[in-house]
Ligand binder design. Structure first.
Ligand code: S3P
Length: 427
């Protein structure tokens, strides 16, 4: 598709669509719980639909009524699907978290994904879940999908040091531990998003966390709840950066999730000199309205424990850095290589093609600011966040065309992205 270019400003309001990580978990916990769960603000994107379809084929009744999603939980006694194959599409979160759920179910299933998901390592979940007594097998050393999962209704608890900072792996273990007799302990490498822990508590379960140590005594019974899902800060990130780098811009972003384990981008923007103000802070649902304006920015170093708090925002932060004064160095972000694409490679390739001075490092990127962006024809390789980064970068290209191939991938996390862009774009 041809992207919008040469924006004179972005102005107006955008209501940020539901958080993808929380939406997956709302469907999963609603299905595991006993009774009815009512969800408002669910993200209805392709990735979340993969999770919904998986639980529907496990016998859970999930429907939409009056703009809300209703889930009639199975507590957690699922029915073995007729077709023993679950298609997770592009969604790593669906595959990894549902593998955790299925590990404790007495059934044998196959999980498949699209070509991008089929390249993502599943050994990170297979190792701990197999230690608990499940049998998960994939292809080759890294246990790539398709996965064959043989569940076991008598799993054993484990004490496990996560070798990577990953909320997906932590969550897969917790979802199995909820159905396992005894105490499971997880030691995190770095603190990662805590939506699974929050949701266990919301559904009436118990979990303790002291620093990086998490304990859960299973099995636990969860009961259906009413949930209100805040907007996804990872989607808001594209507008935050767009407003900061396009002269004369000012955007008001409503319903932005501000869970502390996700707000690394706000810390980075503040440190780079960006202007952001908060209002309408809702402490219960962890959301706020943000007002962001065009700013003079300077480069910084981004590394260490902040990385898991902004891992999905690093592509758009690389674009932000290209418009700042001086150098930005991103380190400790090797995990970027294992996302929907190798994001160190794709970001470097695309931003370089668009005129940015950027170098890849094994664990991050070095970006020299002050580049003028130029036209190019870009293939985002079906990576939604790379597609959206390219669309924001194109807004700074003057008098020329930017073509994006693979834009349909944006449906996985932000189906209304281009509509929202058209509403705030001034040429
Ligand atoms: C997610 C965790 C992160 C993140 C992904 C969503 C989640 O992945 O990148 O987009 O919902 O738990 P990792 O756990 O692999 O870091």
């Amino acid at each position: 598709m041809q992207l919008l270019t040469d924006a004179k400003a972005l102005k107006g309001k955008i209501r940020i669509p539901g958080d993808k990580s929380i939406s997956h978990r709302a469907i999963i916990f609603g299905s595991l719980a006993e009774g009815r769960t009512e969800v408002q603000g669910l993200l209805e994107s392709q990735d979340v639909k993969a999770t919904i379809n998986a639980f529907r084929s496990l016998g859970v009744d999930i429907k939409k009524s009056d703009g809300k999603i209703l889930i009639y939980g199975k507590g957690p006694k699922f029915k073995e699907p007729k077709e023993a194959i679950l298609d997770m599409g592009n969604s790593g979160t669906s595959m990894r978290l549902i593998a955790g759920v299925l590990s404790a179910q007495d059934m044998s299933l196959r999980m498949i994904g699209d070509p991008s998901l089929s390249r993502r390592p599943m050994d990170r979940i297979a190792i701990p879940l197999n230690l608990m007594g499940a049998k998960i097998e994939g292809q080759g050393d890294r246990c790539l999908p398709a996965l064959q999962i043989q569940g076991n209704k008598c799993l054993k608890p484990i004490s496990y040091h996560l070798p990577v900072a990953s909320a997906q792996v932590k969550s897969a273990i917790l979802l199995a531990a909820l159905q396992t007799k005894g105490e499971t302990t997880i030691f995190e490498k770095e603190i990662t998003r805590n939506h699974t822990e929050d949701m266990i508590k919301q559904f009436g379960g118990q979990i303790s966390q002291v620093g990086k140590e998490i304990r859960l005594l299973g099995p636990q019974r969860l009961s259906g709840q009413k949930l209100l899902i805040p907007g996804d800060i990872s989607s808001a990130a594209f507008w935050i950066v767009a407003a900061l780098i396009i002269p004369n811009s000012e955007l008001v972003l409503e319903n932005v999730g501000i869970n502390q384990t996700r707000t690394g981008i706000l810390d980075v923007v503040r440190e780079m000199g960006g202007q952001i103000t908060y209002s309408k802070v809702d402490e219960v649902n962890k959301s706020a309205t943000l007002r962001v304006s065009y700013s003079n920015l300077h480069g910084i170093n981004i590394s260490g424990e902040i990385i898991p708090r902004l891992i999905d925002e690093l592509p758009i932060i690389a674009l932000l850095a290209s418009q700042a004064k001086g150098r930005t160095v991103i380190s400790d972000a090797k995990e970027l290589r294992l996302k929907e694409t190798d994001r160190i490679k794709t970001v470097t390739r695309i931003l370089r093609a668009m005129g940015v001075h950027i170098q890849a490092k094994e664990d991050g990127m070095i970006i020299d600011g002050g580049s003028e962006l130029k036209a190019a024809s870009i293939d985002c390789q079906l990576d939604h966040r790379i597609g959206m980064m390219t669309a924001i970068a194109a807004l700074l290209v003057k008098d020329d065309h930017v073509n994006l191939e693979g834009a349909e991938a944006i449906q996985t996390s932000y189906p209304e992205f281009f509509k929202d862009l058209e509403r705030v774009y001034y040429d």
